[in-house]
Write a protein that binds this ligand. Structure first.
Ligand code: BTN
Length: 255
């Protein structure tokens, strides 16, 4: 499976990029970070079929067992303006890949969780990394394709989901190429395309009663999500009627 995935992506991904595929590593983000330190090119992609130390947002881990998902990290070198838009753009690109390749109708929970049937099926983590004067970004994407043996751990069992009950030959390869192609297309036009509008169309958070968990810790606040702007910042009106525009943190549905 590893060889087939590597060959398919090398053959079909338009960026003509370096692709590394592993059956199991600690984290594709960590290996990609090493590649940045070694001076790798843009679009260098590390894929794993399982991870022992998958990293999630806000210091959490990302459950990445064998035989259930696609875990991938791609190295990009965006300018400052593009860097700020990368996470939101990636959420749109993943949705478009799931729609086009798998005929699904995903939604986005701000800022970049992908939901299908109200369950999180994909997480995205963009991590900046400095190499001399150059700033790279590792875009890590984890997609839950199938139900893990024994189910999800209890902490995420209520919120996590997967895409298919039955295994399908070639699905992993198709999805990996489709996500990369979709990212590649969107990234070329980042900042001057309709990604923010496409994000808003799919955003499941706006209009909902929410609980805001600040990125740096601190007290949770209750409010209503009002809108997402072109920088993918979300404006929330708290129950106290104060408004705040957030660029990071977690906004969960309240009920
Ligand atoms: C989140 O939802 O908290 C973000 C999860 C990001 C997980 C992916 S899986 C591939 C890449 N490698 C990692 O260690 N994390 C990201």
């Amino acid at each position: 499976m590893v060889t087939k995935l590597e060959e398919t992506v090398k053959k079909e991904f338009s960026a003509n990029a370096e692709i590394e595929v592993y059956p199991c590593i600690d984290s594709t983000n960590s290996v990609a970070a090493q590649r940045v330190a070694e001076g790798c090119s843009q679009w260098h992609t590390v894929v794993a079929l399982s991870q022992t130390k998958g990293c999630g947002r806000l210091g959490r881990s990302f459950f990445s067992p064998e035989g259930t998902g696609l875990y991938m990290s791609t190295v990009l070198y965006p300018d400052e303006k593009a860097r700020a838009l990368l996470t939101g753009m990636a959420a749109v690109a993943v949705c478009e890949a799931l729609e086009k390749e798998l005929r699904l109708s995903p939604k986005i929970k701000w800022v970049n969780d992908i939901l299908v049937n109200e369950k999180k099926v994909c997480g995205i983590l963009a991590k900046g990394i400095q190499k001399g004067s150059c700033c790279g970004v590792i875009l890590g994407i984890g997609i839950n394709l199938y139900r893990p043996e024994g189910g999800f751990p209890s902490e995420i069992a209520d919120v996590a989901g997967y895409l298919f009950e039955e295994r399908e030959e070639g699905l992993l390869e198709r999805l990996c190429v489709s996500v990369l192609e979709s990212l590649y297309k969107r990234y070329k036009d980042i900042g001057c395309d309709d990604a923010p509008e496409q994000y808003r169309k799919r955003c499941a958070t706006v209009g909902k009663e929410v609980r805001v968990i600040p990125a740096g810790g601190g007290a949770q606040r209750l409010g209503r999500a009002l809108y997402v702007d072109d920088s993918y910042h979300i404006t929330v009106e708290y129950d106290t009627k104060e408004r705040e525009t957030l660029s990071s943190g977690e906004v969960s549905l309240r009920f």
